[in-house]
Design a protein around this ligand. Structure first.
Ligand code: PLP
Length: 443
């Protein structure tokens, strides 16, 4: 375990004077210097790296340092940074106008692609973020069922939606504030929190409140408390319980959608939710969120139904074009096999390294999504994830950063590979990790 002093002594920060100056400037006019909490490096200490540009699997910071990136904008960039097809789609679409506030064919085209790929989707409503998607999905579930209660899991993160900011994951967890100030007791009074993978806990919640529960929302693979997989039978159990009690099952696939397979986790696990929330990859790096599901449920949205939903920039043409270009590229033959192979190469390479260095760890991987915990106990829920050695993660993170590898600046986040992560990049990462471990052992 490193001391606090050792943790904040990052030799590489001398190579990043530009980032340090940029952060000082940002902090004067932006709260905490960032526009999304996790970017502030609170989970690992030190100064955030300010980015100048990116291409493929590499970031370049404002000082000209280059990093192999495993954050990939937190998931959207499954094709890699500045993919030529996405850049061209954005450029050519923007030339015809950036926003009309009237419908375009691009929206139908992207919706048709989603319907073709995501097993439970018959209709799609677009918005501009994953947060908005989960907010609308909850409203939809409540409108459809006429019920008010929601079940969520501790450590699952569904964006900044007020009713779901209870025992939240991601940056809320990183900064140790999983419940936000400013969310009224009334707003979360109808939110029931259960431990991930605790089917008995879910059963108890339904036994106690079944006729009042509108929906259960879950990350089918949890990627916001680190990467935690469902135990065998867990998702099937959720499907059974929600159906038996007349509640909707919402799969929040904002992170897993189009990442762990063309049809997301629902396809991989062969469990069909009633409602699916999407984001990240579906916008190809531009702001898009989506709610998808069977027509009988989706038609409850206004204007045909009575569940209000709207957005000035919803279905924005440039964002739609970026999403279309991304999903089209993902439709090429062999793409998911390549993504799986890249994920496995990195996960197995690091796993092997940790074993050789005697570092207690747990690792999980599904396709282009993976994660590590530094603990000797299997991690199936938030309490297990919290047992991971945060100081060791921080030391590993900084030792890698100093060697040109950018992992998530928090142990409570997943690691993402893209089609741009070729064998050479992954092998260079494993070499850097070996050197990083060596440096930590010497310290
Ligand atoms: C990222 C994420 C969200 C929130 O999406 P934003 O676009 O950041 O609002 C919601 N749910 C899950 C599972 C996510 O990973």
């Amino acid at each position: 375990m490193l001391t606090g002093k050792e943790r904040t002594r990052h030799p590489g920060s001398a190579a990043r004077p530009g980032s340090i100056a940029a952060f000082e400037r940002a902090k004067r006019v932006i709260p905490g210097g960032v526009n999304s909490t996790v970017r502030a490096f609170k989970g690992v200490g030190g100064t955030p790296v300010f980015i100048r540009s990116a291409a493929g699997c590499r970031l370049t910071d404002v000082d000209g340092n280059s990093y192999i990136d495993y954050v990939m904008s937190w998931g959207p960039l499954i094709l890699g940074h500045a993919h030529p097809a996405v850049v061209e789609a954005v450029r050519s679409t923007a030339e015809r106008g950036t926003s009309f506030g009237a419908p375009t064919d691009l929206e139908s085209e992207l919706a048709e692609m989603i319907v073709a790929m995501v097993p439970s989707a018959e209709k799609v409503r677009f918005c501009s973020s994953g947060t908005e998607a989960t907010m609308c999905a909850l409203r939809l579930a409540r409108g459809v069922t006429g019920r008010e209660k929601i079940v969520k899991f501790a450590g699952c993160y569904h964006g900044g939606t007020d009713a779901l900011l209870v025992s939240a994951g991601s940056s809320a967890l990183t900064i140790g504030k999983p419940d936000s100030a400013g969310v009224t007791r009334g707003t979360v009074a109808d939110t029931i929190v259960v431990a991930y993978n605790d089917l008995d806990g879910v059963r108890a919640a339904f036994d106690a409140h079944g006729s009042a529960i509108a929906a259960l929302i879950v990350e089918p693979y949890a990627g916001n408390m680190g990467f935690v997989l469902p135990q065998p039978g867990f998702l099937a159990g959720l499907r059974e319980l929600t159906r038996a009690h007349g509640a909707l099952l919402i799969f929040d696939e904002v992170m897993t959608g189009f990442r762990v397979g063309p049809g997301g986790a629902q396809e991989r696990e062969r469990i069909l939710p009633d409602v699916t929330t999407l984001g990240k990859i579906v916008g190809g790096g531009l702001p898009v969120g989506a709610v998808a599901g069977p027509a009988a449920i989706m038609d409850h949205f206004t204007p045909d139904g009575d569940v209000f939903q709207a957005g000035t920039l919803s279905g924005n043409p440039i964002a739609m074009a970026a999403g279309i270009a991304t999903l089209r590229a993902l439709g090429e033959p062999g793409v998911y096999a390549r993504l799986d192979a890249a994920g496995a190469r990195l996960a197995e390479g690091l796993d092997d390294l940790f074993v050789r260095h005697g570092v207690p760890h747990q690792s999980n991987q599904r396709g282009a999504m993976l994660g590590f915990f530094f603990t000797s106990r299997p991690v199936v829920d938030l309490s297990g994830a919290k047992a991971s050695d945060a100081a060791f993660y921080a030391a590993f993170f900084h030792a890698l950063l100093d060697r040109g590898v950018y992992f998530a600046p928090s142990q409570f986040e997943a690691t993402f590979v893209s089609l741009a992560h070729d064998d050479a990049a992954i092998d260079a990462t494993i070499d850097a990790a070996e050197a990083a471990l060596g440096a930590i052992e010497r310290a």
